[in-house]
Every structure is written in C-alpha cells, then in structure tokens.
Design a protein around this ligand. Structure first.
Ligand code: F42
Length: 327
C-alpha cells in the first residue's frame, strides 16, 4: 500500500510546525519530513519538538547534507532523535541545495562520493561501530558514538540526476525524488530498477511533490505558481525537454527571478509548466494525479510545499479526503 508523508518547511514558529505534524499524525499520515536550510529554524530542534508531541508518525530531516553538517554530527543527532522519539526516526540526506551552499562559499565537490561515504559512515556509527575511514570526501579516525539506536535507522537519499538515482538505489533504504509528474518517475524508475536489482522490493521510492489542494482549483493553482517558477528556473535542460517546455520561456523566468522581479517571472509560468512540476487542484484532481504516480513505481507520496492557501486546511483535506481514498 502506498505510504503518505508531509514535508514541512520550518519558516514559521516551531509551535505551528509541531501542530501541523500532530494534525498529520492524527490524519493517518505515515511520515513527517522537515527540510534543512541554515536560514530556517533548525531542523533537529524542530524535529525534537515534534518527537515530544507525537507518538506514531515517523519523522526525519528531509533532507540534510554532508557539506554544511558533518556526517558524524548527523549520526549523533539522528541517534539522539531516535532515542527521544522512541525509535521513529528516518534520515533523509542529499547533496545540498546549490544556491544555499554558494551563500556559504562551500563548493558541492564530488557529490556522489560525498553521499556514498557519508551514508556508509553514518550507518556504521549508528550501529555502534568504531569508524576509521579514508575516502575522497571524508577522513575519520577512530570515531564512535557513546550510544546507539536499537535498530537500523532507514536512510533515504535525495536524488534527481541519473548517477545519484543509481547510487541511491544501490545504498539507500529509500530514494527521495523531488518531482510530481509521472514522466519523471518513468525516467527514474528505469534507472532505479536496473541499479537496485534484488533490493527493489524493499526500496521506498518517494515522490517529494510540490502540492496544493483547495476546493477551488484556481486558488490551489495560484499557490504553486511561485514554486514552479523556481523549479523551472533551476531545471536541467534534459528535464525541460522531457516535459516539452520551451527553453527560451524558461530562460525568461530565470532572468526575471535573477533580477528579483517576481511578478514578471510568475507571469511567464505557463500551464504546461504547472502541470509538469506540481500536483494541484481539488481533492478529486489530486487523487487522480496520485493514482497516476502509483502506476510508475512510486511507493510513498510526500505532500510538499505549498500544500494550499492555508496549511492547516490543506492538511485536513489531505487527511480526510485524499489519504483515505488509497487505504
Ligand atoms: N536540499 C537542501 O539543501 N535542503 C533540503 O531540505 C532539501 C530537501 C530535498 C527533498 C527532496 C529531494 O529530492 C531533494 C532535496 N534537497 C534539499 C536537494 C538535495 O540536497 C540535492 O541537492 C539533490 O537531491 C541532488 O540532486 P541530484 O541528484 O541532481 O545530484 C546532483 C549533485 C548532481 O548533479 N548529480 C549528477 C547525477 O547525474 O546524478 C551527478 C553529478 C556528478 O557526476 N558529480 C561528479 C561526482 O564525482 O560526484 C563530479 C562533479 C564535480 O565536479 O564535483
């Protein structure tokens, strides 16, 4: 059965984020993911607050990265969170958002090695092992946690590109794919199937969607436009081609965003862009779109930003009308 999760961006007071997580748990969702960007409220502080106020839902960073946060620190944070949540933690890790890394003058060097080595080291530390490691990205001598979780914590890897998808399928317990359209999952699942081999059945393939629901379709649509503008501006050419999006139109949006002219950028977001990069509309529209994703090997849907005009209302609609349609 398909699993459901909620992405929360800690841009608002932690108390509010915790209340959304409680709503998600009460509404029958399986997972809650907290994004990680240094300029928002701290991911682990937010997750700790959620851990203390929830009982069942699985929680984790979605996703942290090994450039800003040293993997040994991540291992310790995840083990601590596992303890305080009663064994409900998932770790989401990825190569990091390039724009954010640039602000810190951190080059996203050797991202494949960075993820592979970090996952290896974090897993060993979480198993209570003593780690000495000499890699391209990480060099660690005689490191060990003074405590450890009582189980193997599942590790999910954020991946979009072909090489990262391959790596994630080989070493991850799950793959978090930032996409909302079946075409992207058809593409990804070909790579995943080949790379995962025997592990395919146990691999959790997650659609980390840009999602917006409202009884008024136009209201739902208006909320995804700004996010879609940023996705289009950052999308590789191959992805634009996959969705038949005109490169010049995408370039116009990128240029306007670069100048900070959001109104101009959003004006150029077309219907094909919105359809390619988001799930939006009435509950029925969203159910139909999710059904399409389940046909292309997606095993887990994460409802991501913006969710809707009002987050609380959107989570209630998701819990009451969308999730039950799949149970
Ligand atoms: N990033 C954040 O910073 N914070 C978040 O909260 C966050 C959430 C999130 C949720 C879901 C998700 O899927 C991604 C999310 N991200 C978040 C983004 C994430 O951190 C990564 O940036 C993203 O998932 C990585 O995307 P990607 O698979 O396209 O990987 C990049 C690095 C890439 O270019 N991959 C290429 C590929 O084909 O997969 C390979 C690049 C390559 O070959 N590199 C060479 C190498 O050796 O590694 C050398 C390159 C060089 O010059 O160093």
């Amino acid at each position: 059965m398909v699993k459901f999760g909620l992405e929360l961006v800690p841009q608002t007071a932690i108390e509010k984020i915790v209340n959304y997580a409680i709503l998600a748990e009460e509404g029958g969702l399986d997972t809650v993911w907290i994004t990680d960007h240094f300029y928002n409220r701290n991911t682990y502080v937010t997750l700790t607050a959620i851990a203390l106020k929830t009982k069942r839902v699985l929680i984790g960073p979605g996703v942290t990265n090994p450039y800003v946060v040293n993997p040994v620190w991540t291992a310790s944070a995840i083990a601590s969170l596992d303890e305080i949540s009663g064994g409900r933690v998932l770790l989401g890790i990825g190569a990091g958002d390039r724009v954010t890394l640039e602000k810190l003058s951190i080059p996203q060097a050797v991202p494949l090695a960075a993820i592979k080595e970090s996952v290896t080291v974090i897993r060993e530390l979480l198993r209570g092992n003593n780690v000495t490691f000499e890699g391209k990205f990480l060099k660690i001598r005689n490191a060990r946690l003074s405590f450890k979780p009582e189980r193997d914590v599942p590790i999910y890897i954020g991946a979009q590109g072909p090489k990262m998808l391959k790596l994630a399928s080989r070493i991850g317990d799950g793959v978090l794919i930032n996409a909302s359209n079946p075409k992207d999952f058809e593409y990804a699942s070909e790579i995943i199937k080949k790379a995962a081999g025997d592990r395919l059945d146990s691999l959790d393939i997650v659609a980390y969607t840009c999602f917006s629901v409202d009884y008024d379709r136009e209201v739902a649509r208006s909320k995804v436009v700004p996010i879609v503008a940023f996705i289009v501006a950052g999308a590789p050419e191959m992805v634009l081609e996959r969705h038949g999006i005109n490169k010049d139109k995408a370039a116009r949006i990128k240029e306007a965003l670069g100048k900070g002219d959001f109104k101009e950028a959003f004006k150029h977001v077309t219907e094909d862009m919105v359809k390619a990069f988001s799930i939006y509309g009435t509950p029925e529209d969203c159910i139909a779109a999710i059904e399409e994703l389940t046909k292309v090997h997606v095993t887990h849907i994460v409802f991501g930003s913006p969710l809707g005009a009002k987050k609380k209302k959107a989570i209630e609609i998701v819990s009451r009308e969308i999730v039950p349609a799949f149970k």
